[in-house]
Design a binder for this molecule. Structure first.
Ligand code: 9MG
Length: 264
């Protein structure tokens, strides 16, 4: 899954795809490049969720995301995922070609559950403690792995009760969303527990602070660390890797798979 941030302040690409009015050419050419490099899902988001990011008004999110979803789905025969928590963005994106919803708030925003159900699309439910504005202030858990796992299972139950089928749901522990470095590492090392739930697991660690914590690298130098982490996540059974650097991630996975499973 390639990240396509349509935001002026997206945390790790410096808003390169955004120049006041998002530049369609830049977005389409980045999408083309990601697909050529091996991505099979494009994750389009119009709201930055980096720590401290300000909320985006619905009308602005709609204006940023929907035309891009429409253009990408008209041009590319691939899965377009919409990274949103906003009910109308879910509905409008689905109407314009999105085939998956990636919700970092796990359908907790008012109206999101009903909107997502109405689209009939699969939804990735991500765990976040707090909000993007507050989440890194002092994240606390009794036991990060147990707490996040139980929380996601409760969300699954609520979604199932609301009418989602099992095969419409994906899970994501939400690396960096209200977690310390130790929480992130504990969750990562326990990925197989999430995988064993039977729901596809999505992992997003690309260029995040936890990679910087492990490598001592600033954001623009975290490509190698991110690719290695993605490959390790895949080896634990993660089904979808949300990444900025598709080619490097593919290389890391090819090496990991060949050396650990004999795949050639
Ligand atoms: C939008 N977004 C940013 N980071 C993410 C992550 O780790 N997982 C998911 N599902 N979405 C994310």
């Amino acid at each position: 899954m390639a990240v396509l941030n349509i935001t002026p302040d997206s945390f790790s690409d410096g808003g390169k795809l955004f120049d006041g009015q998002a530049s369609f050419d830049a977005i389409l050419s980045r999408a083309d490049c990601c697909l050529t490099e091996g991505a099979t899902i494009l994750d389009v988001g119009g709201e930055s969720t980096r720590p401290g990011a300000a909320p985006v008004p619905e009308s602005e999110e709609l204006d940023r995301v929907v035309p891009v979803v429409e253009a990408l789905s008209a041009r590319f025969d691939t899965v377009i995922s919409v990274d949103t928590s906003t009910p109308n963005v879910m509905i409008e994106s689905a109407a314009h070609g999105a085939r998956m919803i990636n919700d970092v708030r796990a359908l907790l925003r008012e109206g999101a559950m009903a909107a997502a159900l109405q689209t009939g699309l699969p939804v990735c439910l991500m765990h976040m403690q707090g909000t993007p504005q507050t989440m890194q202030k002092q994240p606390t858990y009794d036991d990060a792995v147990d707490d996040v796992y139980e929380w996601l299972m409760t969300r699954v139950d609520v979604c199932r009760d609301a009418g989602f089928t099992t095969d419409q749901l994906l899970l994501d522990p939400g690396f960096g969303f209200g977690k310390t470095f130790e929480h992130n590492v504990a969750l990562f090392r326990s990925l197989d527990r999430f995988v064993q739930s039977g729901y596809p697991v999505l992992v997003g660690v690309s260029r995040k602070t936890m990679i910087g914590d492990m490598t001592g690298r600033p954001i623009e130098q975290r490509v190698t660390g991110s690719a290695v982490a993605a490959a390790v996540a895949a080896s634990y059974g993660a089904a979808i890797l949300r990444v900025h650097d598709v080619a490097e991630t593919r290389d890391a996975m090819a090496v990991m798979q060949t050396l650990t499973q004999g795949t050639q």
